[in-house]
Design a protein around this ligand. Structure first.
Ligand code: ADP
Length: 295
């Protein structure tokens, strides 16, 4: 209630409904909190791989080191038993250089993914992401992705299976790959036992694609936030899994730009299933393989 004096010395009361104002303020505060959480997470995410890269570069900036060590190694090998100790030392040096080069390579690739996520997101927000549209054979694309992720699956002893037949969808191949890579990347990140299965269900004009994992799952209270920008179930900077909280927001936008929907079903401790829909490719266009532009 707001009170005001009248010219004759009286008082009038106004009842003002500020619910909407309060809601808008709460939303703005939540957005600000999400943004500063994002900045904390992002600076941690960028700093960690950068430290590894910068730790390795002083050695790797001396490219003569590796061939010199390799040459020394073969000279020592030729000398046989008398040089055995030195040979072992050089062998250890070569192994640590190789491991360092591997770490630098992985960290630099991780940095590139983070930076690409941020750039893609701002491109989408500014309405500057253009898509082409062509008939894509889902079975081939998924086979390719399974090959790409096979090392990761082996290193975590997880199965990675496809139940996708020869179904053609209309999509921008690079962006569709990005959708799969984001969902699969998370599935691997959050699964330690069991594995990941990709399936596709042809429902006439639409195709439903599902990626299911047997990972940690998502608490029910967080399910509807997964596709929000900057959202992570565990946003502390000490959390186990890296990331920026942008991957699923980008994925949702790309699916929507293709005219599809995306949703997640999950049970904590049992796993998650991400399903997205795509337009089935027109049979004539599949035969002609003729690309078109999404308006
Ligand atoms: P991030 O880059 O942090 O992984 P995403 O936008 O890709 O961000 O995902 C948002 C959040 O949703 C993740 O931080 C995680 O908490 C949750 N999430 C996404 N996919 C899965 C999954 N397959 N299993 C469990 N949690 C998941």
């Amino acid at each position: 209630i707001v009170e005001a004096k009248t010219p004759d010395g009286g008082t009038v009361g106004f009842r003002v409904d500020i619910t909407e104002l309060k809601n808008a303020r709460d939303e703005a505060e939540a957005a600000n909190r999400a943004k500063s959480e994002f900045l904390d997470v992002m600076s941690h995410e960028l700093r960690t791989p950068l430290t590894v890269v910068l730790g390795g570069t002083p050695f790797l900036c001396r490219p003569e080191l590796l061939p010199a060590a390799t040459k020394l190694f073969s000279t020592l090998e030729a000398k046989g038993a008398e040089a055995e100790d030195i040979k072992l030392e050089v062998e250890a040096l070569l192994a640590s250089l190789k491991s360092l080069a591997g770490k630098v390579d992985r960290s630099a690739k991780h940095l590139l993914t983070l930076i690409n996520d941020v750039l893609d997101f701002s491109k989408i927000e500014a309405g500057r992401m253009d898509l082409s549209q062509e008939p894509i054979n889902l079975a081939h694309l998924v086979e390719d992705l399974i090959e790409e992720f096979s090392l990761k699956a082996e290193s975590k002893s997880l199965y990675l299976e496809s139940e996708v037949g020869d179904i053609f969808v209309e999509a921008d191949e690079l962006r569709l790959r990005q959708v799969f890579i984001n969902i699969l990347g998370n599935a691997f990140k959050f699964t330690d036992e069991g594995g990941i299965r990709i399936s596709a269900d042809d429902r006439g004009a639409r195709v439903h694609v599902t990626v299911s994992d047997t990972g940690c799952g998502i608490p029910a209270a967080h399910l509807n936030q997964v596709f929000n920008k900057f959202s992570q179930v565990d946003s502390s900077s000490t959390r186990k899994a890296g990331g920026t909280g942008l991957g699923m927001a980008i994925t949702k936008k790309i699916v929507e730009m293709h005219g599809g929907d995306i949703w997640v079903e999950s049970e904590e401790g049992a796993g998650s299933s991400f399903t997205f829909t795509l337009q089935r490719a027109d049979a004539k266009r599949v035969a002609n393989d003729e690309p078109a532009q999404i308006p």
